[in-house]
Design a binder for this molecule. Structure first.
Ligand SMILES: Cc1cc2nc3c(=O)[nH]c(=O)nc-3n(C[C@H](O)[C@H](O)[C@H](O)COP(=O)(O)O)c2cc1C
Ligand code: SF4
Length: 510
């Protein structure tokens, strides 16, 4: 009998290790031969720990399982049981997804390279090895893939700049800082399918002529760090990394670097400074990292999901990937549904679903059962979207047109008890705490922002005009998007929920 219990950090936080131990102990007590596989998560966090059993009819799931449930599951022969969910693929949250980047996540032992290959892994790299750099870059450009880290810049165009740059050394850097609130896609792929990220980085390296890659990951992700380090060692032993990638004449190796933890170190130039051992301060652009990046050399810097989406593009072709999506947002996006929501988790889908469908149908509305008041999309710098904007399709331009951004596709839901003035204050406070300090509109502006919102809270109506003016200054004058985008959550809160900024609201709250 084969039983799967996830090793993903979210599942572990919810008791997966205790469930795994209980399964092993119960099997031994009953004298049953059980193969216990610690897989990645399927992404349905409200069902974790999600235990799966392999049957003749496929994999069937139970969840959320606690260690105390395990003897009962054995008694029931892993059949009829109150926690039975049926085949994973038939659970509506899972069935409605289009899994391209996360196709393997949760299926297998993440550190089994043999299972990775058996499930389609390395097909993209093998194809890439038969192509020259330009052809690989053209394939990525043709797929329409845009950076999933936040800015949505076309990945192929970035790669072409590095390919065309003349230098004795080039680098590939993977941005796994994942600082946005409500996001966990990078962590989930690193823990659940680390080889897909390695494969994507190798393809990037051979495409642009870089033979070294660095994965910059936040220290708060110990499980992801361990998974990536183990996977890199396995990949090296198997010849996937090293002087001769899969026996070819192309070389590529990579290492993990752990950041000490600062939101601004997710900003690409700050990240490069941190990688070089310097303080994580933003660099002025130009030069672009693609021209003068890590150690002054041309550098591809991409988000985890951008790189992990490359293998399927090379395997199935640009046209296949481009066929999914809406407008200029091509392919799929792993939505991360979080906050006060009934069904929280990772939902990979083609661009184009409306925000309302995502929150109400997929997410099932709020966990509290109260009406949704606002949804923050795109991390701490993303706008608060009111219910009135729920018909906005999920796409870069579509959100931009509504004064929002999709960022890394984190979606944080709030019910009607949220105080939007407090959320606006939090945005300014977050910016003040996380500012790298290089430019005045952000460093000083965010502190003034907190003070001004406090003035409004004390009933000073003139504060609203000052706050609006301050936000314009931060938007126009900041060097990077930390100071430049903080006005999005602040102004969206003010615009869509003015009643929360009024003196009468403040009196009611007291
Ligand atoms: C304050 C700030 C924080 C950022 N944090 C991240 C992050 O955690 N992860 C990420 O991939 N990109 C982050 N970015 C975006 C990066 O600067 C950069 O655009 C991205 O790594 C490029 O990769 P992509 O083209 O694949 O998205 C951040 C940007 C800013 C301004
Ligand atoms: S906007 Fe803020 S984080 Fe960005 S460079 Fe200026 S001070 Fe640093």
């Amino acid at each position: 009998m084969r039983i799967y219990v996830p090793r993903d950090a979210a599942a572990r936080a919810l008791g997966a290790d205790a469930v795994a131990r209980a399964v092993a102990a119960e099997a031994e007590r009953r004298g049953l031969a059980v193969e216990l596989v610690r897989n990645g998560t399927r992404g349905m966090i409200w069902l974790e720990p999600l235990l799966e059993v392999e049957t003749a009819a496929g994999r069937t799931a139970f969840g959320p399982v606690s260690a105390a449930d395990v003897p009962g599951l054995f008694d029931a022969g892993f059949g009829a049981h109150p926690l039975a969910l049926g085949p994973v693929e038939a659970i509506p949250f899972f069935a409605r997804q289009t899994r391209l980047t996360f196709a393997r996540c949760g299926l297998t032992d993440p550190l089994s390279l043999a299972e990775y290959e058996a499930n389609g892994g390395l097909a993209g790299l093998r194809r890439a090895l038969g192509m020259d750099g330009r052809a690989i870059v053209d394939e990525v450009t043709g797929s329409g893939l845009r950076g999933r880290g936040g800015a949505g810049f076309p990945t192929g165009i970035k790669w072409a700049t590095v390919l065309d740059a003349k230098a004795d050394r080039k680098y590939v850097v993977c941005n796994a800082d994942e600082g946005d609130s409500g996001t966990f896609a990078d962590r989930m792929i690193m823990e659940g399918d680390p080889f897909v990220l390695i494969e994507g980085m190798v393809i990037a390296g051979i495409a642009v002529g870089a033979d070294m890659g660095y994965l910059y990951v936040r220290s708060e992700y110990p499980d992801a760090i361990a998974a990536m380090q183990a996977a890199i060692a396995i990949a090296r032993d198997a010849g996937l990394l090293g002087r001769s990638v899969l026996g070819s004449d192309r070389a590529f190796d990579m290492e993990v670097r752990v950041g000490a933890g600062a939101y601004v170190c997710g900003e690409e130039t700050s990240l490069l400074n941190s990688l070089e051992g310097k303080r994580g301060v933003v660099r002025a652009k130009p030069p672009l990292p693609a021209i003068a990046g890590l150690f002054g050399k041309p550098t591809v810097i991409n988000n985890v999901i951008s790189l992990a989406s490359v293998p399927v593009i090379l395997e199935k072709g640009a046209a296949f990937y481009k066929d999914f999506g809406l407008g200029r947002s091509r392919g799929t996006i792993p939505l991360q549904i979080a906050g006060n929501v009934r069904y929280g988790g990772l939902f990979e889908t083609a661009f184009g679903m409306t925000l309302g469908e995502i929150v109400e149908e997929i997410g099932g509305g709020t966990a509290s059962g109260r009406p949704v008041k606002a949804v923050q999309v795109g991390g701490p710098l993303g706008a608060y979207m009111p219910v009135g904007k729920f018909d906005t399709p999920f796409g870069y331009e579509e959100f931009d047109g509504q004064g929002g951004l999709i960022g890394h596709a984190g979606i944080v839901v709030f019910d009607d008890t949220v105080d939007m003035m407090k959320m606006a204050r939090f945005a300014m406070e977050f910016c003040a705490v996380e500012s790298c300090g290089k430019c005045t509109p952000c460093r000083i502006g965010s502190v003034r922002g907190v003070e001004t919102i406090d003035r409004i809270a004390r009933g000073d109506a003139a504060g609203v005009e000052i706050l609006t003016d301050l936000c314009d200054t931060m938007k126009d004058g900041s060097l990077c998007a930390l100071g430049g985008f903080t006005p999005f959550p602040v102004m969206s809160a003010l615009r869509h929920f003015p009643e929360d900024f009024s003196a009468s609201h403040k009196e009611a709250a007291e």
